[in-house]
Design a protein around this ligand. Structure first.
Ligand code: PLP
Length: 302
């Protein structure tokens, strides 16, 4: 059989995926050990490759410590259910993630990606693997902030209820349009995107959730709006609640963003990025507050 090209993100020499094969009908997946990225192989007929028919998770690792691992594993299971995939073996994924991390050189911040695919077409056996890579440098985004544009997502806010087959709320491997939206942001001289429904409801970023502050009230778009339930958002809400702030999942408009005291994009890896410009308009950034949230929630200094 022809060999697939291995994943190519970052410097192959510093990456160590741990691969697992997960037969659908057994409870014990066959596991392979960690291998350097350049030696990792995925079948060219794997439906992850040919159709993007699979799911994934990106998990931040700080000083060797997984950020919100359980929430990521639960979300992987949730995505699998939405795609009618067999329930993934979370314990096997967690074990593979640890082995991948052990095989990787220690760095202050790493990213661990879990992949779970429908497998080789026709075989009926899902495949799974883990990739460990050095994350991007997020220091500037976390401290001085990012420039964001709103973009039309092309569907109504109630898509998850009207059209569940569109898989909103699942973290699928079909991220071509998410990446296209980020290129559109770059064309508009911005760093990132906030998607808005055709009926003016704020949704999410291509790889992040939105957090909006008005005084002591912090709001994030409701997860029934066809968006991903964010692990970073959940962790930040816990900190805000512990500090006595009001936290609500809501339906927000673009006007709510424009009038906010602060807006952030929240995501694994970058964690907390204040929005310093929205559609060309300067937004207030409270660096001290933002950095204290980052430190208290994740033990990270920008
Ligand atoms: N929304 C989308 C579409 C995403 O891809 C992501 C993460 O990559 C998020 C939200 C944020 O989720 P998390 O904080 O769990 O990374």
């Amino acid at each position: 059989a022809p060999h697939s090209t291995p994943p190519t993100q970052g410097d192959p020499a510093t990456q160590s995926p741990a691969a697992t094969q997960t037969p659908a009908q057994t409870t014990t997946p066959t596991q392979r050990g960690a291998v350097p990225l350049a030696e990792a192989r995925i079948g060219v007929a794997d439906l992850a490759v040919t159709r993007g028919d699979g799911i994934f998770e990106s998990i931040g690792v700080i000083d060797g410590r997984f950020i919100e691992l359980d929430r990521h594993l639960r979300r992987l299971e949730h995505s699998a259910a939405l795609l009618d995939l067999p329930r993934p073996d979370s314990a096997a994924f967690a074990e593979a993630a640890r082995r991948g991390l052990d095989a990787h050189s220690a760095e202050p911040e790493l990213l661990v990606k879990l992949f779970y695919s429908r497998g080789i077409e026709g075989a009926g056996i899902p495949s799974g693997w883990v990739e460990v890579l050095t994350g991007d440098d997020h220091r500037a985004a976390r401290s001085t902030g990012i420039r964001v544009v709103t973009l039309d997502r092309g569907y109504r806010h109630d898509i998850a209820q009207t059209s569940p087959w569109l898989l909103q709320g699942a973290k699928t491997l079909s991220y071509a349009l998410n990446k296209a939206a980020l290129r559109e942001a770059a064309r508009r001289d911005a760093d990132d995107v906030i998607f808005v429904s055709t009926d003016d409801v704020v949704l999410e970023g291509p790889t992040s959730n939105v957090l909006v502050r008005h005084g002591d009230l912090f709001r994030t778009p409701r997860t029934d709006l066809g968006i991903l339930a964010g692990t970073t958002q959940a962790a930040v809400f816990e900190t805000l609640m512990a500090r006595g702030f009001e936290t609500i999942e809501a339906a927000l408009s673009v006007a709510d963003l424009a009038s906010a005291d602060a807006v952030w994009l929240l995501s694994s890896g970058r964690l907390l990025a204040p929005v310093r410009e929205l559609d060309g308009q300067a937004m207030p950034v409270d660096r001290e507050f933002s950095e204290s949230l980052l430190t208290e929630t994740f033990g990270v200094h920008p």
